[in-house]
Design a protein around this ligand. Structure first.
Ligand code: NAD
Length: 238
């Protein structure tokens, strides 16, 4: 790893929010072990059975509103401020649709898979805040159409957000760190390979080795609430 990385790129996944009580997707007992993604998280599912899709996301939204950031989210917010204070920068890209990084004080977060607390009109693409339950009776405040207000999240088969900015920020980094992600969902899982090809140092922090663990120069396996603050203190103290 570079001794004093100035430009750090962090990718987070469901594992960083697990200790806040939000389930991960792929672990035993995870969300997709209980629910079938093809009936819930695709545009086709929303077209076929919007009530069931809305009910699933309404329940997740209620869980999120009741959850709190944990020490890992707060440590990354300290790192963002600490790097900025010494003339560096932190790019935070998350696959998570929760807002726990923001609530921990993080200033800039790129949500590549969207945000659960926003809704989008499937007709005109207008995006609005959505903290309460969504319903098929909701109408769009912009175009007036009813029935198309969907969670502002990226479903299977849809293209993630911010891909150009993500590539640009990654290529400007001197350290890439993946936290709490299984390395199973692309294109996010491909970022470590792109970083390596560009000669950028890579580090993984996860409960267990991810699917692409062999691509990381360094790894720290443990709970995010302990491993992330430990790494951040080392970064800011060094
Ligand atoms: P994933 O469920 O595939 O993998 C989670 C990873 O986190 C696993 O490798 C697991 O070992 C690790 N992990 C579990 N508990 C941990 C802990 N306490 N500390 C550190 N690591 C821990 O999730 P993913 O890689 O993010 O990708 C799957 C998709 O899940 C993404 O598209 C994302 O949008 C979605 N998702 C988001 C949320 C959320 O917003 N909080 C929750 C579930 C799933």
């Amino acid at each position: 790893m570079a001794d004093h990385p100035k430009s750090v790129f962090v990718l987070t996944g469901a594992g960083i929010s697990a200790e806040s009580g939000l389930g991960t997707f792929r672990d035993a007992g995870g969300i997709w072990a209980t629910f079938d993604p093809m009936t819930l998280a695709t545009p086709e599912a929303f077209a076929r059975d919007p009530e069931t899709v809305q009910a699933f996301y309404n329940a997740r939204r209620q869980n999120l509103v009741a959850a709190e950031p944990n020490p890992a989210h707060r440590a990354l917010a300290r790192l963002e401020a600490g790097l900025a204070a010494r003339g560096g920068s932190l790019t935070l890209v998350t696959q998570n649709i929760d807002d726990l990084h923001e609530r921990a004080g993080h200033r800039e977060v790129l949500h590549m898979h969207g945000e659960l607390l926003k809704a989008r009109c499937a007709s005109c693409e207008a995006v609005v805040e959505a903290r309460a339950d969504l319903s098929t009776a909701d109408s769009c405040g912009t175009c007036g159409r009813t029935g198309g207000m969907r969670p502002h999240v990226v479903w299977f088969g849809e293209i993630p957000f911010h891909l150009d900015a993500i590539e640009e920020r990654l290529m400007a980094a001197d350290l890439f760190v993946a936290i709490g992600t299984s390395g199973a969902v692309y294109p996010a899982a491909g970022l470590v390979g792109a970083a390596r090809q560009a000669g950028i140092a890579t580090r993984e922090i996860n409960l267990e080795p991810s699917d692409n663990a062999y691509l990381f120069d360094e790894a720290d396996y443990g709970r995010a609430s302990e491993a992330v603050p430990r790494w951040v203190e080392a970064m800011l103290g060094g």
